[in-house]
Design a protein around this ligand. Structure first.
Ligand SMILES: Cc1cc2nc3c(=O)[nH]c(=O)nc-3n(C[C@H](O)[C@H](O)[C@H](O)COP(=O)(O)O)c2cc1C
Length: 221
């Protein structure tokens, strides 16, 4: 972690420039060989700050009402989908996740506006990093006509698989479990035990905790 300057409010032209930056980044990703991009509207990063009711203190058309707070996210998604095609564009949200001090005091209204607006763009998928509100999750599922990817933080594989079986998600995503198990699929198929992720090596340092978890074969040997 490094010291950072105190954030300032983006000007209108900064916002327009940032939309173009997302567009250019998406084009560059495709040019570099990526199949698609996931727009990060989650976890307290820039788009989520606009969505939130505490970080967003703007008084123009990008702040205040829910319709205004979703505007930047929808503009970015529209630009990226236009640039590389909606079928190559995904979007990640984390409704109710207070990570990075985010507050959303009107969750049903906020995501009840954002998700249908994104649905109108025909994106490849919506990726929900679940913040814990099950009612909200069901309602998002109902508002999203396409593929829904679900990340249920910190839960075991069987819990996540049950989201597929009961139709809440089309795809489940895994973070730390995949990090700690280079052969996660083989282990899941075999019903083998999983390596525990080592949290002390998350978010930096060196290769430890990134490239040195053993496969099942290596553990057994
Ligand atoms: C090493 C590591 C790095 C991560 N980096 C980010 C990140 O840069 N941005 C982000 O939004 N989430 C990040 N995450 C969070 C994951 O996307 C995921 O939501 C979280 O780990 C909870 O899901 P899980 O239980 O499947 O790991 C990171 C997680 C880990 C373990």
């Amino acid at each position: 972690m490094q010291p950072i300057p105190e954030p300032r409010e983006l000007s209108k032209s900064d916002i327009a420039q940032t939309v173009q930056d997302f567009r250019r980044a998406a084009a560059a990703a495709i040019e570099a060989g990526a199949d698609g991009v996931e727009i990060h509207g989650a976890n307290g990063y820039l788009l989520h700050q606009f969505l939130s009711s505490n970080a967003n203190q703007r008084t123009d058309e990008y702040g205040g009402s829910v319709e205004n707070r979703i505007r930047f996210a929808v503009e970015v998604a529209t630009a990226v989908a236009d640039e590389i095609g909606p079928g190559r564009t995904g979007f990640r949200i984390s409704p109710g996740n207070p990570f990075n001090d985010i507050v959303e005091d009107d969750l049903p209204q906020l995501y009840g506006a954002l998700v249908p607006a994104l649905a109108g763009l025909g994106l490849a998928y919506l990726h929900v990093a679940h913040g814990g509100d099950e009612t909200l999750l069901k309602s998002i599922r109902g508002d999203w006509p396409g593929a829904l990817l679900l990340n249920r933080p910190g839960t075991d594989l069987q819990t996540r698989v049950s989201d597929l079986e009961n139709g809440l998600a089309d795809v489940i995503t895994v973070g730390s479990m995949a990090l700690a198990n280079p052969d996660l699929v083989a282990r899941a198929r075999a019903g083998a035990p999983l390596n525990e992720p080592d949290r002390t090596t998350f978010y930096g340092g060196d290769e430890r905790g990134y490239t040195d978890y053993p496969t099942l074969a290596e553990s057994t040997a």
